[in-house]
Design a protein around this ligand. Sequence first.
Ligand code: F6R
Ligand code: MG
Ligand code: MG
Length: 369
Amino acid sequence: MLKIYGKMKTTISLIKADIGSIGGHVKVHEKIMDMAREKLRKEHGKLLIDSYVTRCGDDLELLMTHTKGVNSEKIHKLAWDVFEEGAKIAKELGLYGAGQDLLSDAFSGNVRGMGPGIAEMEIEERPAEVVIAFMGDKTEASAFNLPLFEIFANPFNTAGLILDPKLHDGFKFEVHDVKGSRKIIFDTPEETYDLLSLIGLTDIYAIKRVYKKSGEIAAVASTEKVNLIAGRYVGKDDPCMLIRAQSGYPATGEVVEPFSKPFLIAGWMRGSHRGPLMPVSEKDANPTRFDGPPRIIGLSFSLKKGKLTGPVDLFSDVSFDEARRKANELAYYMRRHGPFQPHLLPPGEMEYTTLPQILKKLEDRFEKL
Ligand code: F6R
Ligand code: MG
Ligand code: MG
């Protein structure tokens, strides 16, 4: 038999959905997680090489490694089946929001546009590959714009951009206009100001991928907007992303550094408020205060021929205690504003609003100034 010797490529697929949770939009049930683990484990050595199942708040997260490439129908179908079965369990237990992110009754070859969030990359593994998975709850896809910029383009965050010859050339950013369905690629540091003029507008632009100048993938984020997909509010587009770290990429410590200084993002209660993104360990991803504050977990894996070792639960480190304290302080400060901006999002960004009905009711009472 003819054997083709080439470098094996590994695909890492992180696919997530909110298919129901305990006691409100808070926590995925262990029974659902066990079912997901079991269903994916059965595919090890067949469709998958390896897998890891976790959750961030009410979002079930499936991390899978395989050789099928990105957008594989078989892999997406497997994830869809897990979500459907999870939704069934959620319904049986009377969990809240059962099946909320499954916008279609039938799988049509790809989960893109059907509700789940997806971050996938196909890589040629380095001898000691490091991949970090980030998962957020009660926030939106473009919440990763600021940290991705800092990780890959800000030398005040990433010392390697200055100190490591392998990073010194900079990176390429693929930015999606999520409302206009178009994309554009920027080179940094050359086009840093053009890039920043777009990605600061987080309601319109989301960083989808980051590449090395030589073309290898460095990061990928989910940019699905569930509320836009359905044309009406049906659930949050809580994001996930994958980032490669070390030797030619930012170090693990440079990748987590932006989350040590909490910043404000859109999401939180009813997807209609601005609040701080709080980095927490896997076990602490249970957003309850005003359904928040928004959470992020970060898990770092080593990868060899698709086999996952780990993870290290990055934000369980005590060095993030201060970030959590600051995020809590910011949460109190923002909550002080109640239904006022800037805590409340502007009308176009709110995922729940009664404004059209109220304006209609008051229409006759408005007088010309
Ligand atoms: C935000 C979120 C929650 C819900 C809120 C109301 O992403 O999931 O803040 O919006 O708990 O939920 P419903 O409308 O389902 O009662
Ligand atoms: Mg939910
Ligand atoms: Mg969620």
